[in-house]
Design a protein around this ligand. Structure first.
Ligand code: SF4
Length: 334
């Protein structure tokens, strides 16, 4: 499935494989599993199930998007124009105050691109398409960043065996020599402190132009304290060469949505947003979730009237406390 999307931090989703296996508490009410469109209802979760592989039309959708790589923030329209003299892409926003950006393609939203059950040749094919679409950005999100080296190597081997030296060399440069693609943001998803602590070191070991976090569904407080402060970008990064160590460049945060949504204390979201701002990392508050709470003085959760939100996912910033209305993106140093 490939489509325009309501997810506010991307322009399109690209699901070249669907289905997954649950790995941690954040997966309990997996949004992908619970939100599958009717035509995909037969897809099963778990290691015993086969993954559903997309049609050619869906698989190749980025090739089409790459021909109109710019998107206007104001109207969502895609632009194609290119300055032939300089070879750079140009675009105009629809109105004053609106901006344009390279299309952001979230993959996978109905699975995990580093799920071992996805056949190696399928991941290899997806990586080849990413390589061909250099004018748009791919936001690859995973709860399994520790598998990147193994699975990228398998994709590299597949291309080697099939004589595609171009993609073989590209993957090898990426995983072995730290020459990362300029159009791939790698994002680790974590729901609590324990999973953050497990996954961030693996995330930062993946060479990438942007290292992002998706702290959703947020199930507990998260502190970037002590040695964890080293994970956050410590300065405004105007010169990539200054970066001795990879850092977190972007942080999405949000509560759980859906009929089984677990409580999300709005203070957890506020704290993460404040820690990011203090460290110079752009935060993106996506949603307060379907079950937003505040902790009262006695240590119990309650749901004050101002958090009885109309939006089913708590995803309308106009309904939030003003200080939480922060939706920033990283400045990408290509
Ligand atoms: S890793 Fe993501 S897609 Fe897979 S089961 Fe967990 S929440 Fe669902």
């Amino acid at each position: 499935m490939s489509q325009e999307t309501e997810i506010p931090w991307c322009n399109s989703t690209w699901n070249w494989a669907m289905g997954c296996t649950k790995v941690s508490p954040g997966c309990a009410y997996c949004y992908a599993e619970e939100s599958l469109p009717a035509k995909f209802q037969g897809i099963k979760w778990g290691d015993a199930a086969e993954r559903r592989i997309a049609s050619d039309a869906t698989f190749n959708a980025p090739l089409r998007w790459n021909k109109k790589p710019w998107v206007c923030d104001g109207c969502g329209e895609a632009f194609q124009t290119k300055d032939e003299a300089t070879g750079t892409w140009n675009a105009k926003a629809c109105k004053e105050g609106a901006t344009v950006h390279r299309r952001r393609v979230f993959s996978l939203s109905l699975g995990d691109w580093l799920d071992r059950k996805i056949p190696a040749q399928v991941r290899a094919r997806a990586m080849a398409i990413i390589h061909r679409c250099q004018d748009i950005d791919f936001l690859l999100c995973t709860k399994r960043p520790e598998l990147f080296q193994d699975l990228a190597e398998a994709a590299q081997d597949w291309h080697f065996d099939h004589g595609d030296r171009n993609v073989t060399g590209w993957i090898q440069d990426w995983r072995k020599h730290g020459i990362y693609p300029k159009n791939v943001w790698v994002i680790a998803s974590a729901e609590d402190q324990e999973r953050l602590d497990e996954r961030v070191p693996h995330l930062l070991n993946i060479p990438a132009v942007v290292h992002g976090l998706s702290l959703e569904p947020l199930l507990g407080p998260i502190e970037f304290n002590g040695p964890r402060l080293e994970w956050l970008a410590p300065f405004k990064d105007t010169d990539a060469m200054l970066r001795k160590t990879p850092r977190i460049d972007w942080c999405i945060v949000g509560g759980e949505s859906g009929k089984n949504a677990r409580p999300c204390n709005v203070e957890w979201i506020r704290s993460i947003k404040d820690q990011c701002v203090a460290a110079g990392v752009p935060p993106f508050v996506k949603q307060l979730g379907s079950n937003p709470r505040c902790r009262n003085g006695a240590g119990y959760y309650d749901c004050p009237a101002q958090l009885r939100l109309k939006h089913p996912k708590g995803g309308d910033p106009a309904e939030w406390p003003e200080d939480l209305r922060v939706r920033q993106f990283p400045e990408v140093q290509r």
